[in-house]
Design a protein around this ligand. Structure first.
Ligand code: ZN
Length: 136
């Protein structure tokens, strides 16, 4: 098996959640020492990003900045379907995945970098797939 499925229960309408430990645990479970780790969220109103792990205000500012660009209460055609057009736009802009090197069993990230799940239409249960391709 080369894929681990992580289930994240989000608790807010919009938030970012540090999933670095969950991803590292998945890499550990897969037992790959060197390769590429692909993290992919299977939703159209959530995203994956890498951002600063030290100051939680960065996450707040990230959400606030996107809200300023794509406000929840703006006029969108998709709102007549399920009212979450802003979330689809934010998720598409940020993107559904990140790829991180794995070296000696550890994610290769900078000191201030962690992997985050971005929730734009919560709270919901989110599925994140972690796949590691082993270096030959
Ligand atoms: Zn929708």
């Amino acid at each position: 098996m080369c894929v681990v499925e992580i289930i994240i229960e989000t608790t807010k309408d919009q938030e970012i959640i540090d999933i670095n430990k969950d991803v590292q645990n998945a890499v550990d479970a897969l037992g790959v020492r060197d390769g590429l780790c692909h993290v992919f969220v299977q939703h159209t109103t959530a995203a994956i990003t890498i951002n600063e792990n030290n100051d939680p205000n960065v996450g707040h500012d990230f959400i606030q900045g996107l809200e300023g660009l794509f406000p929840k209460n703006a006029s969108y055609k998709h709102h007549c379907v399920d009212g979450n057009a802003h979330a689809h736009i934010k998720a598409a802009i940020v993107g559904p995945s990140e790829t991180i090197l794995v070296r000696d069993g550890a994610l290769v990230l900078g000191r201030w970098q962690d992997i985050f799940l971005c929730e734009f239409d919560g709270p919901r249960s989110r599925i994140v797939n972690v796949e590691v391709l082993e270096k030959k």
